[in-house]
Design a protein around this ligand. Structure first.
Ligand SMILES: [Zn+2]
Length: 314
């Protein structure tokens, strides 16, 4: 039986129909997340109906709706617990009621990084490991952890989710979470251009001639031996390496999957992160694998099947 899948991001909403690890159909909507979640639900519903039609089914013949959300969520009640200026009405919306009223279907809700981990665990790079974490490198830095075959959620639903807010540089950049020197504040793509322009080397760097300073241009200029870009790549990869080491020490992992848009430069990221981890980790039992996600664009959509299967209401 198919499931309907929805991955709500800050700028895009991905929709899909998934069955046995195959994405039968998918589409992407603009999120307009600054206008809230309520305005998006009708478009999401219309999109799911369109996708069902395209594969010859109907929502009512599906098992349920899996939904990933970019914030902390209480999956047991289907509630979003907080927001970071995106979908600001989400904590007041009852998604269960919406799913029942619109389609007669249950809605299983989860944090987007945890859902991505479930997707990779079921059908991708986390398969075969029950002590595995995911790191998503993008606008922000997301994370999720599975320990002994169970997703870590914790009493306040934040276990394993906030590793992007591990502090790796005392007195570092201020983060949206309120702390200084978090992984996200130091390496999230959202502040990358501002951090580059702060450097005294910026005006003489190849980056100054780029139409946009983003990770694509930073990795490209680093490959062309630009000093500032090389320093930024080293800082970012060492920071992600330190994040991996901290997560390994905290959660006793045997594998970490790295995904997210920044991993378009995986060939430059992975060797550096692996090297940092090998130099610094304290894992007495053996070697922790650091691997790239297999389904970087659809991790969370694929996770919706496993989420609905484990969800109490399905
Ligand atoms: Zn933070």
């Amino acid at each position: 039986m198919s499931v309907l899948a929805c991955d709500l991001g800050g700028t895009r909403i991905k929709l899909g129909v998934v069955e046995n690890g195959r994405l039968l159909a998918s589409e992407v909507l603009t999120s307009q997340s600054d206008q809230g979640l309520g305005q998006a639900l009708d478009r999401i519903a219309d999109g799911l109906v369109r996708l069902c039609n395209s594969v010859g089914t109907t929502p009512q013949r599906c098992r349920g709706i899996g939904m990933g959300f970019p914030a902390l969520v209480d999956g047991s009640s289907g509630r979003v617990l907080n927001e970071y200026g995106r979908y600001s009405d989400a904590p007041r919306i009852d998604l269960q009621r919406w799913g029942t009223a619109r389609f007669g279907l249950p809605v299983a809700l989860e944090n987007d990084a945890r859902l991505a981990l479930l997707g990779e665990w079921s059908y991708g790079a986390a398969r075969g490991s029950n002590n595995v974490a995911i790191i998503t490198l993008g606008t922000g830095i997301g994370s999720g952890v599975m320990s002994q075959g169970k997703l870590l959620r914790g009493p306040h639903f934040q276990a394993g989710n906030l590793c992007g807010h591990m502090i790796i540089r005392i007195g570092g950049y201020r983060c949206v979470c309120g702390a200084h020197g978090c992984v996200e504040a130091e390496t999230g793509s959202i502040g990358l251009a501002a951090r580059a322009r702060e450097s005294r080397e910026f005006e003489t760097s190849k980056l100054a001639a780029e139409p946009e300073v983003n990770y694509e241009s930073v990795f490209r200029c680093a490959a062309a031996e630009d000093d500032l870009a090389i320093a930024m790549v080293n800082h970012a990869c060492n920071t992600w390496g330190a994040m991996c080491v901290n997560m390994i020490q905290a959660f006793d992992l045997d594998r970490i999957v790295i995904g997210g848009g920044v991993m378009a430069s995986a060939d430059m990221i992975l060797p550096r992160v692996r090297g940092y981890v090998e130099e610094n980790v304290f894992a007495t039992w053996g070697r922790v694998e650091i691997v790239a996600a297999h389904h970087p664009d659809h991790m969370a959509l694929l996770g919706c099947e496993a989420l609905l299967a484990e969800w109490k209401g399905s």
